[in-house]
Ligand binder design. Structure first.
Ligand code: ZN
Length: 402
């Protein structure tokens, strides 16, 4: 045993025979031995392999550059408590264990250097603030690493500081269908010309007040229907984005003429019913005449059934389809034939015209993304299965138009 040769790469640690009573003790001995070695050499070691021969331990050790934060596990707690006493505060917590407070402050300062702005689509000042839409957490962290090359801050820590210390800060999502009035007035309000800027600010304020009033009116209409004495049936109407059939993805489709399939949605606020009128361009177009026909047909077939004497229609400002004399003729006809006593048609403000019908269409489009749409029947099937809990009512307008 005495002549045992120490294998290459291993260190030989001699330990008292008496300390071999339990495994734990031997482990502690090894750690103490390593600790002493570290103190002497100023190099951090990590034991990767050990084996015993009699009273001798042979250990394979990794050398590591001596760094303040590279403290062996068993000594961490001690160092931390010492640090607290000496005033170097350590931040404790689930994801920020053992990170000094200075790191946290550096991350905070870094996040604060990015410009942010508030939403200009709302008059009421919300506390939410937005970073530019081309940023995300990963990009912020990469920028931090470029700024502080030797940093020990991890992505996880950076993210946790962002979420905990900036709860009202968001990455702006790129907006679609923005209001052109809001956008142009907002840009003008940033003008250096004081008069232009002041005028734009006033106009923007007025415009946003208008939007608020309209939204309030919709809410009021929706709320009034629940009253027992309510005599008004409120509906929202809109035409969905055209379905181009068949829905195929190979490139030759770009050179082929596709069949346009239309869907006119009537959302009944009283019952949350969605009535979807479907036809294709071979049967009829998509003008005011067709929109009026859909509404009339929904009433005639009983899909839009109501005992109430007043009708209130909400729609957007599309002149070709919903803001024209054809609908007015229909309203005159309905009142003259005694179907309703009064009919109000109210318009949303363009650019802020997201209505209940649009919400129905979002559900249908979600379903359409995963459906095979080759013909009009497929579109009908897709609409019918889009909302299983409360299926949309389908109205085939093809027969009516032909
Ligand atoms: Zn606007």
């Amino acid at each position: 045993m005495e002549n045992f040769i120490v294998p290459e790469g291993y260190e030989y640690i001699y330990i008292n025979q008496s300390s071999f009573r339990t495994k734990l003790q031997s482990k502690e001995d090894v750690e103490n031995w390593v600790h002493d070695l570290e103190e002497k050499t100023k190099v951090t070691y990590r034991i990767t392999k050990t084996f015993l021969v009699g009273s001798k331990i042979f250990a394979k050790m990794d050398e590591r550059a001596f760094k303040g934060e590279n403290i062996p596990k068993n000594r961490k707690r001690k160092v931390e408590s010492e640090a607290r006493v000496s005033g170097n505060e350590y931040v404790t917590g689930k994801s920020m264990k053992n990170k000094p407070a200075t790191d946290r402050q550096m991350v905070r300062d870094h996040i604060n250097t990015f410009p942010r702005d508030e939403s200009h689509y709302n008059r009421t000042k919300s506390e939410k603030e937005y970073l530019s839409s081309d940023l995300n957490m990963n990009r912020l962290f990469k920028a931090y690493k470029i700024k502080h090359p030797g940093t020990t801050v991890t992505y996880k820590f950076y993210r946790s500081v962002f979420l905990k210390d900036f709860p009202k800060l968001y990455f702006r999502k790129p907006r679609v269908d923005t209001c052109k009035t809001c956008d142009s007035l907002f840009l003008k309000s940033k003008s250096k010309d004081v008069i232009v800027s002041k005028q734009a600010k006033t106009h923007l304020e007025l415009h946003q007040r208008q939007v608020e009033n309209v939204l309030k009116a919709i809410k009021q209409d929706a709320g009034n229907r629940t009253l027992p004495e309510s005599d008004t049936c409120t509906v929202t109407i809109d035409l969905q984005k055209v379905f181009a059939l068949p829905k195929l993805t190979h490139t030759s489709m770009y050179y082929s003429r596709q069949l346009s399939c239309y869907n006119f949605g009537i959302h009944v606020t009283d019952t949350a019913d969605g009535i979807m009128c479907v036809w294709h361009e071979g049967q009829s177009g998509r003008g005011g005449n067709q929109m009026a026909s859909c509404l009339l047909q929904a009433l005639n077939t009983g899909l839009l059934a109501t005992y109430k004497r007043k009708l209130c229609v909400w729609s957007d400002n599309c002149a070709g389809q919903l803001k024209n004399r054809m609908l007015l003729f229909l309203y005159i006809f309905l009142v003259a034939t005694g179907k309703f006593d009064t009919i109000d048609h109210k318009f949303l403000i363009s650019g802020h015209s997201f209505s209940a019908s649009d919400r129905d269409f979002v559900i249908i489009e979600k379903r359409a993304r995963v459906s095979k749409l080759n013909n009009v029947e497929d579109v009908k099937k897709c609409i019918f299965t889009a909302r299983p809990k409360h299926p949309f009512k389908l109205l085939d307008m093809g027969d009516f138009f032909l």
